[in-house]
Ligand binder design. Structure first.
Ligand SMILES: Cc1cc2nc3c(=O)[nH]c(=O)nc-3n(C[C@H](O)[C@H](O)[C@H](O)COP(=O)(O)O)c2cc1C
Length: 187
């Protein structure tokens, strides 16, 4: 099949996870929607989020702490709102039930199946975005989201994002075990 090229600016991964990043800005909890997020180190567990210039950045820069919360489909409307409205203009602190772990500037969302508190490990200035790399200090979940003591994606009901068409997607069916399904080709 003949390949065609598309605009490099339209290059994305399909799908992207959708999270809510929490910070404390001027003493108030604030949450923003983030699709540009990934785990980037094994030990210690590090996550990177790529942020444009947002209200959230002020809180992370000042306090060197933030949270990553994984919303489920029931929170899609609120999550989208957090991606459209700045905490600099509207108070988003009472959208969710907020709690804190041991990091006092990493607000966590009670309604989210998984939430992590992170301390800032490094900041990388890129031409437009800033990459905030955080080390996970605590992970909060509930027994009902676990199978054999680990988080089970089929119990989370997370949603994902595609760009540049800007659509949310549910997660599809399980296909098989990783580090296993390719074994036959090793022989
Ligand atoms: C689906 C979705 C994904 C988003 N992903 C990102 C992202 O990865 N990085 C970013 O800087 N902004 C992202 N945004 C935009 C911010 O969430 C948005 O500008 C938000 O209002 C910033 O909040 P704040 O000003 O309170 O910090 C996203 C928005 C939406 C709707």
């Amino acid at each position: 099949m003949a390949k065609i090229t598309i605009d490099p600016g339209a290059a994305f991964l399909y799908p992207m996870p959708m999270v809510l990043v929490g910070s404390v800005v001027d003493g108030k909890a604030n949450f923003m929607a983030v699709g540009w997020v990934s785990r980037v180190n094994y030990k210690p567990p590090l996550f990177a989020i790529a942020l444009g210039p947002h209200h959230t950045n002020k809180g992370i820069d000042a306090n060197r702490e933030f949270s990553i919360n994984i919303p489920d489909i029931s929170l899609i409307e609120k999550a989208d709102y957090c991606g459209m409205v700045s905490g600099g203009k509207s108070d988003k602190s009472d959208l969710f039930k907020v709690f804190f772990g041991s990091l006092g500037h990493a607000p966590l969302i009670e309604e989210c199946p998984v939430g992590m508190s992170l301390s800032l490990f490094d900041t990388v200035k890129l031409p437009f975005n800033t990459l905030y790399i955080g080390e996970v200090k605590e992970v909060f979940t509930e027994e009902r989201y676990l199978t054999d003591k680990v988080v089970d994606i089929s119990k989370l009901n997370p949603f994902t994002l595609s760009m540049p068409d800007n659509q949310y997607w549910a997660v599809g069916e399980k296909l098989g075990r990783a580090w296993n399904i390719g074994k036959r080709l090793k022989q």
